[in-house]
Write a protein that binds this ligand. Structure first.
Ligand SMILES: NC(=O)c1ccc[n+]([C@@H]2O[C@H](COP(=O)([O-])OP(=O)(O)OC[C@H]3O[C@@H](n4cnc5c(N)ncnc54)[C@H](OP(=O)(O)O)[C@@H]3O)[C@@H](O)[C@H]2O)c1
Length: 343
């Protein structure tokens, strides 16, 4: 029977012509498993599917993902909060990866096949909740040697955020005092350690269950926000790192010394309040930065920064991972395990 006659017969029987989409041995493009969204919505829009494996363009690196970090922003993107950025569906979520370079584009000079890397990936190319992801040289750095991949995937976004807030924006110096809200979370746990490595005095807030944890991370003063007002303890600080917003930001203006700065990750500090207190303010949006990722990696390998992964989930359970992160009470980081750790 000819193919044309076979198709006519199938069509007559009402069979779906999508059968034609089944790859033949000659035409098969490599596929991968990924968690994607085809629409914005609640956690149930996350779907575990087969997709074509991406191919790196000249300036891109294809990474075989071993683990992917989960961040609060993943759930925000899923829910449509950034729908005006007009990304095409299906969207693969996930900005943090650790994995092994599979293939590099013709213009890539910093990486080669087989290199262990970690990266903050731009969702404009592809996301991290997948067996393969595309990154650029600007987004990736060599994986810290002392870390497992599952730990390395917990680093990029939150560590870069803490770095860009405290060092690039606030210019935190030795001997200065910083108040870090949410010290037990992803950003906070790195911020405490980066500030200590910088020689600063650290005051950090978290709930009762995380007081010892704040101390273990190096905080000089731990404040239980459920039992005391941080403004009763923290006074005349040089820098506030605000990852909470709302009332926490409002009450933070008064604890900063004149000329000091509040860096918020979740809101724009109010100009009138800044002027009233004679302080500065900044709203930070984290950027990929391979040089800074390298610096952070060195501090990790020198044992100046510990990476805390509180829970891991297999890739098909990305929904559960996002639900945990959405509680706003995660200690350290949540990571998706996508493949076995390479030997
Ligand atoms: N602008 C940017 O570029 C950027 C980058 C990264 C993150 N962010 C944002 O920053 C926020 C934090 O991110 P994350 O990854 O660190 O989140 P996370 O891992 O979920 O950590 C949140 C932490 O906040 C603590 N917390 C909750 N309520 C608090 C309160 N009232 N006072 C003090 N601490 C409180 C929690 O500790 P307890 O469990 O002890 O309450 C938890 O450890 C998120 O909104 C995220 O979207 C923004």
């Amino acid at each position: 029977m000819t193919i044309a006659r076979e198709l006519t017969l199938l069509a007559a029987l009402g069979a779906s012509l999508t059968l034609l989409a089944i790859p033949t041995a000659q035409s098969a493009t490599p596929t991968m498993k990924a968690v994607v969204i085809h629409e914005y919505g609640g956690p149930d829009v996350l779907k575990y599917e087969h997709l074509p494996r991406p191919e790196p363009q000249a300036d891109q690196v294809l990474v075989r993902v071993i683990a992917a970090g989960v961040n609060p922003v993943d759930g925000m993107i899923r829910s449509g909060m950034f729908a005006d950025e007009k990304r095409a569906f299906p969207i693969i979520l996930g900005g943090d990866i650790a994995g092994v370079v599979e293939k590099v584009g013709s213009k890539v000079t910093k990486f080669k096949s087989g290199d262990p890397v970690f990266a903050y990936v731009s969702l404009d190319n592809s996301g991290g909740y997948a067996q393969y992801a595309l990154v650029t040289e600007r987004e990736a750095a060599p994986k810290p040697k002392s870390l497992m991949y599952v730990e390395a995937a917990a680093v990029p976004i939150v560590a870069l955020t803490a770095w860009q807030a405290l060092i690039d924006t606030a210019k935190l110096g030795s001997g200065q005092t910083v108040l870090i809200h949410g010290g037990s979370g992803g950003v906070g746990s790195f911020a405490i350690q980066i500030a200590k490595a910088r020689g600063a005095k650290v005051i950090a807030t978290a709930s009762s269950a995380n007081q010892d944890f704040l101390k273990q991370l190096g905080a000089d003063v731990a404040i239980d926000y459920t039992k005391e007002k941080f403004e009763d303890v923290a006074k005349d600080v040089d820098v506030v790192l605000d990852s909470i917003g709302r009332d926490t930001l409002v009450r933070s203006y008064g604890v900063v010394k004149k000329g000091g700065i509040i860096v918020s990750l979740v809101a724009s500090p109010k100009q009138s309040e800044l002027e009233k207190h004679g302080i500065r303010g900044a709203a930070l949006s984290v950027d990929p930065n391979s040089e800074e990722l390298n610096e952070i990696g060195k501090l990790i390998d020198e044992k100046k920064i510990r990476v805390i992964v509180s829970q891991t989930f297999p890739l098909p359970e990305a929904m559960k991972a996002q639900e945990q992160v959405a509680t706003g009470h995660t200690r350290g980081k949540i990571v998706l395990k996508i493949a076995d750790e390479p030997k």
